[in-house]
Design a binder for this molecule. Structure first.
Ligand SMILES: NC(=O)c1ccc[n+]([C@@H]2O[C@H](COP(=O)([O-])OP(=O)(O)OC[C@H]3O[C@@H](n4cnc5c(N)ncnc54)[C@H](OP(=O)(O)O)[C@@H]3O)[C@@H](O)[C@H]2O)c1
Length: 339
């Protein structure tokens, strides 16, 4: 491919690399012929990449050797996949600032203060937290978004004009350890009567990990800076079309109201009620990212590959299903019919 041959080889450091987004990014970088270094504690899937230089240390400078392994080394770009606390992002960003051209911080669409506005973009206000030095996520993970926003700031402060912030929505696809998106292709493949939340027109957003990984490498090749929502698809996708894209055989969808989902305490993965506080949760603008080259494979391709991965021998250790169990779903469907 002419474009691949033309892209100059970059030296890329990934802080992390062995979870979910890391391996997809590694794969994309390899395809484009870049040189990689990973930095992690060696706990998550050690030995996953025997042929890639891996530096051992901890994001927390207070733990063990901390960031020492990064000292005195130079890279074109760093992709920070594992930053959750501003003190630690600040430490790595300051240490690396003289030695890298670009710092790509992987944040989250959860940084925003509100989810009730439809079609909001990157200029929307981010969440705040009473104690910015807190270093726990909280019982309900309630500190996550505000802490990610502070991490973004830490990266920007250390590398003004050279930090780039990517705010992904649900990252999904083969190898996803959360079981959230995966629930749908697996459940629909089982067939029968499927409890579907809300209405077929309710919007749903997510990004295939492979599309995100490929785009991150493109951003490095282009040396892009700025703040970007990274979620898809390009055109609005309704839950109805999404579930249809998961179909592998005969199946019947029974749509229940958001109120019923709440009454039954059903945790329906990657869906949010298209009303009230969550009306905008799946309508974030991705126009900036699309302009910067983010592309999306069809939802049906993500669903098909995720199902194939889930069923494949070897995925047992990582595969998981969020959402109601078969028994919970059957009981809820029975309750719905009785209403
Ligand atoms: N999943 C989603 O839907 C979603 C949505 C929006 C944003 N995000 C963001 O996406 C990012 C990607 O996450 P990922 O887990 O897939 O990335 P990853 O790079 O594939 O995996 C995380 C890596 O971080 C390393 N790590 C964890 N704690 C560390 C520490 N204290 N010091 C050094 N290394 C450490 C882990 O290795 P060791 O354990 O061996 O250290 C592992 O290699 C995260 O920032 C997350 O907030 C995720």
């Amino acid at each position: 491919m002419a474009a691949a041959a033309a892209a100059p080889k970059k030296r890329i450091l990934i802080l992390g690399g062995t979870g979910f987004l890391g391996p997809a990014t590694v794969e994309a970088a390899r395809q484009r012929g870049h040189e990689l270094t990973l930095f992690n504690r060696g706990r998550t899937r050690p030995g996953l990449f025997p042929n890639i230089e891996t530096l051992t240390g901890d994001r927390d400078p207070k733990k063990g050797e901390g960031l020492k392994a990064l000292e005195g080394r130079k890279w074109d770009a760093v992709i920070d996949n594992s930053g959750y606390f501003p003190r630690m992002v600040s430490a790595s960003a300051r240490l690396l600032a003289p030695n890298v051209k670009q710092y790509v911080f992987i944040s989250s669409i959860s940084v925003y203060a509100r989810n009730d506005v439809e079609g909001a973009d990157e200029t929307a206000a981010v969440a705040t937290i009473p104690d910015p030095a807190v270093e726990t996520m909280g019982k309900e993970f309630e500190n996550y978004g505000a802490l990610k926003a502070l991490c973004e700031k830490a990266a920007r402060d250390a590398l003004p004009g050279r930090a780039m912030v990517v705010r992904p929505g649900y990252i999904v696809g083969p190898d996803d350890p959360t079981g959230r998106f995966t629930y749908w292709p697996v459940r629909v493949d089982r067939g029968g009567e499927v409890l579907a939340p809300g209405s077929p027109a309710d919007p749903v957003q997510f990004i295939d990990v492979r599309d995100l990984g490929a785009w991150l490498i493109r951003l490095v090749e282009d040396g892009t800076a700025g703040v970007f929502n990274a979620t898809g698809p390009e055109k609005r996708l309704g839950m109805g079309d999404f579930l249809a894209a998961c179909r592998t055989g005969p199946v019947k969808f029974t749509w229940v109201t958001p109120a019923f989902v709440g009454e039954q305490k059903l945790a329906m993965p990657i869906w949010d009620a298209y009303e009230g506080e969550t009306r905008g949760a799946h309508t974030w603008s991705n126009a900036r990212a699309v302009k910067a080259g983010l592309r999306f494979r069809p939802a049906a391709a993500t669903a098909k590959d995720t199902l194939a991965w889930y069923k494949s021998p070897g995925s047992e250790a990582r595969r998981k299903l969020a959402g109601p169990t078969a028994e919970q779903e059957a009981a809820a469907l029975a309750a719905w019919r009785k209403r």
